[in-house]
Design a protein around this ligand. Structure first.
Ligand code: ATP
Ligand code: MG
Length: 287
């Protein structure tokens, strides 16, 4: 599984209703997929070691989805085993007063992964063309009224594409995941969160409120994905009704992208190698 199946090619007009939420590819069960997931995670651990030592590229993984689609669990499972020193997870919530006093990419810039690191965005600047659009929150953003035109969303797609190109040109590899869950599966997961004591904390009545805007969200998602899936920052639409398959699919996309990077453990030059030998001799001569 290399992720090719989930990739949204540039200039594709996405209609989300045509994308399956319950696909499981060539796999029939969680058990069946386990070995492949373990293999992918092992590969990722090796590649992370190189990414870190190489210290030139950074990897930015963006997760967007409806509530209960499994962002948290996917991040937890797929990243398990990675060196925590080389990863940074950032969850974007409603912007604070301070954040609203700046442009919408200000808080994003501060959270970008350093070179050699894997940065994970649990939600992202894409909220600016999703929840902000669905609930018409643009007025809260204090942008001068004369600058908020009818084409504000198209303008934002352009800004986002330019921003992502800038990151790409400076060594950030961006992979964007839309975890595509069905409305029925979301209902099932909400009910489970209500029925199971250990999951109660995960449920919030506001999630139910957002559910009422499902169609509206789907429209905004498909428009945003269509407009911002580019060669330098592609979107992947991942079937999310089966958590085990979603995790496998995401890990496959990440491994595939990382394998293509020209990253390696730095090679020492002649002089550095000579130095090493001198240090070795010194150590060996210690009494
Ligand atoms: P979980 O519920 O699993 O803890 P979550 O990502 O749903 O994770 P919440 O605190 O429930 O976290 O929700 C964060 C909320 O912040 C979401 O409803 C999201 O749409 C909203 N949000 C994120 N970015 C923005 C933004 N730029 N403008 C307005 N709302 C935003
Ligand atoms: Mg939530």
């Amino acid at each position: 599984m290399d992720g090719g199946n989930f990739l949204v090619k540039q200039n594709t007009k996405v209609n989300l209703s045509e994308y399956k939420t319950d696909d499981t590819g060539d796999y029939s069960s969680k058990k069946d997929a386990k070995d492949s997931l373990v293999k992918n995670i092992r590969k990722m651990i090796k590649l992370q070691g190189k990414l870190y030592a190489d210290d030139r590229y950074s990897l930015l993984l963006i997760f967007q989805a409806m509530d209960a689609a499994g962002k948290d669990g996917t991040i937890k499972h797929v990243m398990s085993g990675l060196n925590p020193q080389g990863t940074q997870v950032y969850s974007f919530k409603q912007p604070s007063a301070e954040e609203l006093n700046h442009n919408y990419l200000w808080r994003i810039n501060k959270a970008l992964p350093e070179r050699g690191r894997i940065g994970i965005f649990n939600r992202s600047y894409y909220e600016e063309v999703l929840v902000v659009r669905v609930h018409n929150l643009i007025e809260n953003e204090k942008i001068p009224g004369s600058l908020v035109k009818d084409n504000i969303w198209q303008q934002r797609y352009k800004e986002i594409n330019n921003f992502e190109k800038y990151l790409f040109d400076n060594g950030t590899v961006i992979l964007k995941f839309f975890l595509h869950v069905s409305k029925e599966e979301q209902k099932r997961r909400f009910l489970e969160r209500i029925d199971k004591k250990s999951k109660n904390w995960k449920f919030s009545a506001s999630d139910l409120k957002e559910r009422e805007f499902w169609e509206n969200y789907m429209q905004c998602f498909q428009e945003a994905i269509s407009a911002t899936s580019t060669k330098h920052a592609p979107w992947y639409i991942i079937p999310a009704d089966h958590k085990w398959y979603m995790r496998l699919a995401v890990s496959g996309v990440i491994v595939n992208a990382m394998s293509k990077l020209p990253i390696n453990y730095p090679r020492l030059n002649e002089e550095q190698l000579k130095n090493l030998q001198e240090c070795k001799q010194k150590l060996e001569m210690e009494k």
